[in-house]
Design a protein around this ligand. Sequence first.
Ligand code: ZN
Length: 558
Amino acid sequence: MATDNLPPLPSDADLRRLVHFSASDGRIWLAGHRMLLLHLGGLANLRKELIQTIGFEQTRRVLKRAGYQSGLRDAALARQVRPSASPFDQFAVGPQLHMLEGAVQVTPDICEFDLEKGAYHGVFRWDHSWEVEAHLSAFGPQAEPVCWMLIGYASGFTTAFFGQQILYKEVQCAGCGHEHCVIEGRPVKDWPDAAQLQEDYEADSLLVRMEDLQADLDSLRDSLQPCDDLGELIGRSKAFEKAIGLLRKAAATQVTVLLTGETGVGKERFARTLHAMSPRACKPFVAVNCAALPHELIESELFGAEKGAFTGAGAARPGRFERADGGTLFLDELGELPPAAQAKLLRVLQTGEVERLGATAARKVDVRVVAATNVDLQAAVEAGRFRRDLMYRLNVYPIGIPALRERVEDIEPLANHMLQHFMALHSKRVAGITDRALDAMRNYSWPGNVRELENLIERGLIITPAGQMVDVDDLFAFAPVPPQVTVGAGGELKQGPAADLGHLYEEMQKRGLSLDALEDGLLQQAVDRAGGNLSAAARALGLTRPQLSYRLQRLRER
Ligand SMILES: [Zn+2]
């Protein structure tokens, strides 16, 4: 794109259409990103107090990085909004959104780039910068440029747009007495003072220094108290904290623990954490999935076999109980254990001794058993599939692990943690997860729990182009059940499943199901599935909690 024939900026009508005022829930959206309408005076005051508190230098860095983050987010929109436009018109999304967002008036002067060679040179004129206005009224004219957040935005947008680091300098600024501001951007390798420019974008703020100190403190504390580590367990919700509290109390003791919860809630992770927090942490942790082992092998696997005990037992081998000696044995999907193995397990728990298949003497073992099940053991006992005496033996200290939909506030930290993990695993970087995607995740019912979230995040990372943000469509691209939140044409969120419900309606009419009966059943099932938690049930139904309470009340009165 040559300097002399720079085309005029295209119409920004397409960008204006992305703005959606969702008055009913107090949110404003720019496509997938939640926005704020702020008073310049308020933001200017925040900027001023920041300068007075942490100084010019630190404030410049903080604001540059804040602007950079905004630029990154807007760059994710550029190619989405104008998929078939010329590269210049796609790029123009940045300057045009910057204007639409009210930050500054942008006039391109030079905009030359070669996508293949990774070359870029841009010069833009800025008028009416909000930062100049804020800065001049607080501090008067300056020797150094003051459009920090704006420069950060331009750098973030251009970097994300071209997929290589491109940084801008303010070569003149209205904050220093010039008529208007002028910025110039180049790939970082083309700036002679690149190191100095990059420094502002590195995480070296006071906060980071404090985080470093905190990390040092944590590691010191760990060395004093090596067994209190939550490891991969992440959460801050009440339901999660409650389970962790029970886990911590059990860790110091030898009590047999029974972990219950739906499929995919992370029972093995909880078991590993319990082990790591216990005095047995330095001894083995052995996990057995009772459902994955063939029935005919399960006894020899658990209890071991002497040479020749059965066909194929060529040499004597210890079972998992013996391997876990001194440590923890985790029995997952315990409900699947066949009757003969149940009897043997009960005996081991009672005597603390295992007898290998074909052996004449028993061996003493010191093992802490942690069992897990996603079936209702009580019901399995009633149905005659599980021994009552064994259930009592194991059910000394039950810990219920909450379903993901019961710990909605943990979804964001979990998702971000998983994203970091998978970015390292797949050597691919994306800019994060959009607010809209996070919102959809919070409204989804997660039948597969944490494991399902993990799968979604991994696939979302793979589908999303590098440098962009993972959005709702990337995330739920393969979902077996569409999310309960769909995205309208204006970018707004809509409640309600997108699936074709025709066959369901047909079935209802065939069975002569009345609307009242249907509502009763639906409400009751949602409350049951949420384990009596009305807030979770309401979320699953797309209702508010008061709405659900009202309907339940009406149901009782009928
Ligand atoms: Zn300026």
